[in-house]
Design a protein. Sequence first.
Length: 672
Amino acid sequence: MIYRPNAARFFSSLAAMAEPSPPVKSMAAFLLRRHSDQLRSISLSSDAKLHYPLYVDFAELMEDDPPLAQSVFSQPTQHLRFFDDAAFWAHKIVLGDLKGCNSGIEKKSIHVRINVSGSPLECPEASPRIGNLRVKHRGILLTLKGTVIRSGAIKMYEGERWYICQKCKHKFLVYPELEARNSVSLPSFCPSQGQRSKPCEGTKFKELEDSIICHDYQEIKIQENTQVLGVGAIPRSVPMILKDDLVDLVKAGDDVVVTGVLTAKWSPDLKDVRCDLDPVLIANNVRRTNELKSDIDIPDDVIMKFKQFWSDFKDTPLKGRNAILQGICPQIFGLFTVKLAVALTLIGGVQHVDASGTKVRGESHLLLVGDPGTGKSQFLKFAAKLSNRSVITTGLGSTSAGLTVTAVKDGGEWMLEAGALVLADGGICCIDEFDSMREHDRSTIHEAMEQQTISVAKAGLVTTLSTRTIVFGATNPKGHYDPDQSLSVNTTLSGPLLSRFDIVLVLLDTKNPEWDAVVSSHILAEGESDKGSYDEDLANIWPLSMLQRYIQFVKGYFRPVLTKEAEKVISSYYQLQRKSATHNAARTTVRMLESLIRLAQAHARLMFRNEVTRLDAITAILCIEASMTTSAIVDSVGNALHSNFAENPDQEYTKQKRLILEKLRSIDDFLT
């Protein structure tokens, strides 16, 4: 039931109250026409001291009252205050209608929040990049998009105050000046017009007792997304001020859309340093976009396409899976094992909580170890495109503080600034040239990879930050890869770090004339083929946009559960590995068992199922086998670099299944 206030009562109530200004009257009328339900729910709330937001769509305001919308855009500082006053008047009128309910309480603080989604304020002029902010943007309603890299402490500051002129007894509000660090400047003479259209020209004012209004206050800093920048561009950042109900809405690493007013703030006075104006955005509305991406990008007709695709491949599911995998890095020929590993890593398993209350991560980690020219960096960049949130960095350009969190001093106060792993929370962090990182810097990501947290104790700030991120690394072997040595020796990576990677694929560029001939033919044919013919036909190579939607859908929709057959296969393989783990002991820990479960769950999701079958368990074993230099099941996969897509994948799987089950010495129990 939609609540509608009585229009006649509205205008009579306005007349009975203290006379508001004409803009406030028209705004109050608009709020009562269009947002009476929000006003009613605010009126029925029980806490009178809270700050309440009232959301107004700018597109709706333009449709209802274009001159008012133009005024809000061009003079937001003044008109947003009018809007807050109008919300208070409208709330009092709604409260008068609800007096029979005996449940409404008068609220002192209601703030109108402008939502620009779907309005002209999303145009480049009103929604510039952070790096393009100029003087012309000062004083208008702006919309900025970016990632929160710093979140300050919540403080309290003195806001507007009531003063009275001692000559004419006129009461008026004085707002603090942000440019002068929130100091209050009194007017030179009384702002009242008096009885005879002449100001009284009083110069003595007295502050009313208990008239100071305090506000919650928080400073954050947002940085423009690196995905929208060109090559060589440095991402810029801008500080923002959140007040009242907006504080503590976002944290470091969140993607946000902020609407507010750009102004200038005096930098602190330092001796022998010129005092400059620093740009700062006073936020009116903050909207997180982290959770919205998967909902927006996957319409119902696309989900029906996915279901139809698997219905078509019901009899040959592995052929359907390979059609999806061929869309990953299509410019690289073959490398079936790597593409499967990338897909399983991006999809991940199901996070669960064990009996002791400890969270067991669902995200998988992948490390590519390979000779130069084997396509490692291309896989890294493509994986970053497939994920909603991604951060790409290199070993040489990363320090422990840059990867985790930095303590910075701003205005005499220490604050934490998020690093790459925190910014990639909920996404993927791609680290190229992993071997170029210093040993100390590599050791800082141990906790982030396994416990998915970063514990910080810097400059008196003791906290724990969330890093639910996938780590995808690429590294070159140390000199010539020696198959007789362990991974730790060949990569100079420590055993504890290697054990945290679910899959470590070794790509050796061995001489193979047949493979070289096939690859060269594929590369030469790339420039001549027309790539626009398979955009809608999912039976061929999937386009990038469809792959993104598919991965997001299966991650959110399916929570696969292991069957008894799959449990027995995984358990038998783990025990076999423990018995034969003399050469590769660093990789054969209980983490391998968890990796097998995650990979099997990811494969079930990839296959559009809610049940982990024996097929998924054996595929997970094949991925782990491919990451072993000397494995318990010898020569089951071969060189990952030369792995190609099988013409008949179901027949190939039958051969691999028989080989694995024979090695597990349980073929009588499993073969049907």
